[in-house]
Design a protein around this ligand. Sequence first.
Ligand code: HEM
Length: 474
Amino acid sequence: WANPKCDGVLPPGSMGLPFIGETTQFFSPHSLYDIPPFISKRTRRYGAVFRTSLVGQKVVVSTDPVINYEIFQQENKSFLLWYTQSFLEIFGQQSLVTQHGMVHKYLKNLILQLVSPENLKGKLLPVMDKATRKHLNSWASLGRIDVKEGSSKMIFEYFAKKLIGYDENMDPNRKLRDSFQAFMDGLISFPLNIPGTAYHACLQGRKKAYKVIKDIFEKRKASKGHHNDFLEYLLNEVEREDTFLTEQIAKDLVFVLLFASHETISAATTLAVKFIADHHQVLEELTKEHEAIIKSRGHENSELTWQEYKSMTFTHMVINETVRLANIVPGIFRKVVKDVEIKGYTIPAGWLVMVVPASVHLSPNKYESPLQFNPWRWEGQELHAGSKSFMAFGGGIRLCVGADFAKLQMAIFIHYMVTRYRWTVMKGGDIVRRPGLIFPNGLHIKISGRQEWRSRSFESRLKKQTTDATGAFN
Ligand code: HEM
């Protein structure tokens, strides 16, 4: 166990206990701002590349930016995308993440029918704009909201509708979104299907959500009308003769997209709100940028345009800085297809390599004062692609297909938050990594409409003047 076979020299490290390996240490919770202690301890001891064993797998961890970049570029050659057993059971054996080569390319193009920049600009932007306004207005009417829960609901609501015509409000018993709640903990876990484990909770959620999706597919196939959603497109595609798409792949695709969309963007949005609230200068600069956009419009109330979105340079810097610090995806795994040489070491075929974005994003060798939230560090930098020092959305051919969608939603949200509302953090905001990102007590803000604030302050000024005047009269 401790000295696995290898035709060469393995990287240094420890394989831990038989079967369990070093899994327990890997899962020990830590704070948002740390390189996972599991990683930092071992890099200090063994260097930038070391071996270990996690969830029953032999793993080489790379914290070296150049090697990480190379791993992304070598996809389908020396390395293949790999997800944990728990991940595959949960997301489906036919889902996009299990596909390679032509089928992967085909499925990625299918998703781009929904979230490519072209389609975001032409089709999704108005939907996202309307949904964001509606939800922020309802938050302001309530006067308070947990941003994590609220943004998750908002994204799920419009995206599930666009994807499969699902309307949670019309279907209160099924609560598709609730089925995804237990997922973050279970995705990277031991595949122990015993009640009480994170994995078990996740599988139960998968079962429930999948049943809803299956029923929607069946109902739709039996219906004759037009629906103008992604499901209609998928079902037409399944009917074609020259296609890779089967109904099973289509269902797993819908499942992955439903989860990936609302969980990731709501986490990034919540973090952005937290960072902005903690950094007044950032809020001021954002307000300046967005007020200028409104001023240069004909009508203050018109919806956000693509050109306006593209002009939000500082907002894009804030988004990049948020996802750099947040490291929403804690580890990116690849399976080694054939023995590879790295830094004089051999990684045998069948092993995994794990790229840890935090080890690059929080490294003082790559970023000055890396633990500081400083959007200005992105001034003049490339903001829209992966690189050796920025891999929040991965890299190479597996680069996140939803990155543009996520950034657009965050930018719309920021636009309305800084121009139309007054808000302050009330409670929550704790963030734990296990190693997935968890918000144990949400992020609760107090929020009110600016207009309402203005008229309220106008009214109170008026009242004060009247009282003063009355006092003087008396
Ligand atoms: C802030 C938000 C997001 C972050 C930080 C993020 C991060 C990532 C990362 C790091 C990968 C690469 C994984 C790997 O190489 O193994 C990835 C892949 C992926 N993401 Fe995202 N993502 C986000 C939003 C989204 C959204 C909104 C969607 C849905 C439309 C999405 C769908 C996907 C899919 C389907 C893949 C797999 C791509 C493939 O295998 O080719 N992501 N994401």
